[in-house]
Design a protein around this ligand. Structure first.
Ligand SMILES: Cc1cc2nc3c(=O)[nH]c(=O)nc-3n(C[C@H](O)[C@H](O)[C@H](O)COP(=O)(O)OP(=O)(O)OC[C@H]3O[C@@H](n4cnc5c(N)ncnc54)[C@H](O)[C@@H]3O)c2cc1C
Length: 388
């Protein structure tokens, strides 16, 4: 195989491109947006399994150099009383979860991909594909580009998924928007390697403070899918104020003082299973293939695992169809299990008093008995062949 096309230049597309280069392939990435990512209030945590997969392709430093450790989640109720503390599993203190700005990750991955010889073109939206032994990808600027395989890394609303299977399921709205923001020096200098997660009367929220004093917060807003889409920052702030009214929650102080240009809200989706992963010279990685609730904090890490595993399969199995079957065999159970984990975490949209009590007890129980080692301690050995 000589040339692989990747549609989508998010975490999944860029890591897949780097991994494919690491395996010796020629790669080109086509991203629909005219420019790179913007940084509006958005952050994310890469878990130990995501870091492990980056290490396999000598790219772990891209995260380590721009992030800080996030080792635990301190859970509290709306009265600011502790419910429990969850230590996020990691193989050792050096390689545990790390939190960083989303835009910093995109920028670092894009620079690294280019440095390793990946061609990246912006303003190219995939609209169609023709398969005739090789693939020709068609873009919305009336151009077409040929390759041996097209990897769809085009996110939740993947075009590639539908090109592979017109009957492919669409992601389901979870009933929540996730509001996020960043604000500097508002909260006391508490432990800085730790998430604070609050289970309030009507909703949940949380924050983490970076070593430089910037607090990054999130709030789960139960609402209609498009309800916050046109909200002004003032309306969004008001909505969040109402949601947490009467709760004694540290995060609320951060929400109140966040500047307009650092406030954002995104609808959250779940996609539990995609029956057909590959076909007609195409396959899928990242959110195009599986969408877990953000509460799993695994979307980016799973996307990284996908890209590295796919590259290994293509490197080790010369027959393309067999390589793509192998990729599915190695990944399907794991990614579907992660999405199911997230499904479990979604509570009723606005809990009543009894549901709140049961929820708080369940949270405390989970903190005492975390069952997540299968998830975070996953290891990919680049030097071991997947074909045995
Ligand atoms: C609010 C929020 C917070 C989150 N926090 C975390 C977290 O802390 N940790 C974590 O691991 N995960 C988190 N996630 C999930 C994580 O962000 C995603 O799982 C991850 O970004 C998936 O990466 P991706 O590259 O598959 O998709 P995306 O990041 O969506 O990238 C897809 C790219 O494809 C492009 N594209 C779309 N269509 C086309 C097309 N037709 N042609 C070409 N390009 C196209 C898009 O412009 C986009 O750049 C969060 C998600 C949300 C919504």
């Amino acid at each position: 195989m000589s040339r692989i096309l990747v549609a989508g230049g998010g975490v999944a597309g860029l890591v897949t491109a780097i991994a494919l280069r690491h395996a010796g392939f020629q790669v080109a990435v086509f991203e629909a947006h005219p420019t790179g990512a913007d940084g509006k209030g958005a952050f994310l945590t890469i878990m130990a399994n995501g870091l492990d997969a980056l290490r396999a392709i000598d790219a772990e430093h891209l995260v380590l150099d721009r992030s800080f450790p996030s080792t635990a989640v301190r859970m509290r109720n709306g009265h600011d009383r502790p419910l429990g503390e969850l230590a996020i599993p990691s193989p050792d203190p050096e390689h545990g979860p790390r939190t960083m700005r989303r835009a910093d990750l995109y920028r670092a991955l894009a620079e690294e991909a280019r440095r390793r010889g990946v061609e990246i073109q912006h303003g190219k939206r995939l609209v169609g594909v023709r398969h005739h032994g090789t693939v020709t990808a068609y873009f919305d600027d009336d151009t077409r580009i040929g390759g041996d395989l097209l990897v769809g890394a085009d996110g939740v609303r993947s075009t590639t998924r539908t090109l592979i299977d017109p009957q492919a399921p669409q992601p389901e709205y979870t009933g929540w928007n996730l509001a996020m923001g960043a604000v500097r020096d508002v909260l006391p200098a508490s432990r800085r390697d730790c998430y604070y997660m609050y289970f309030g009367r009507r909703a949940t929220c949380g924050h983490i403070t970076a070593p430089d004093g910037e607090t990054w917060w999130f709030a789960n807003v139960p609402c209609g899918e498009r309800e916050l889409a046109g909200a002004t920052p003032a309306q969004l702030r008001q909505r969040l104020g109402d949601l947490f009214a009467g709760d004694q929650i540290g995060t609320v102080q951060a929400i109140r003082t966040t500047a307009d240009d650092q406030l954002t809200a995104t609808a959250c989706y779940q996609l539990p299973t995609v029956p057909t992963w590959s076909g007609n010279g195409m396959t899928l990685v990242g959110d195009a293939l599986h969408v877990a609730s953000p509460s799993t904090t695994q979307g980016a890490s799973m996307a990284i695992e996908d890209g590295v595993t796919l590259a290994k399969c293509l490197r080790d199995e010369p027959d393309l169809t067999a390589a793509l079957h192998l990729y599915e065999r190695l990944r399907r159970d794991r990614v579907e299990r992660v999405v199911r984990t997230g499904f479990r975490k979604l509570g009723p949209r606005v809990p009543g008093p009894l549901q709140r009590l049961l929820r708080d007890r369940a949270v405390a129980r989970r903190a005492r008995n975390p069952e997540v080692d299968w998830l975070h301690l996953h290891h990919i050995d680049w030097d071991v062949s997947v074909t045995g």
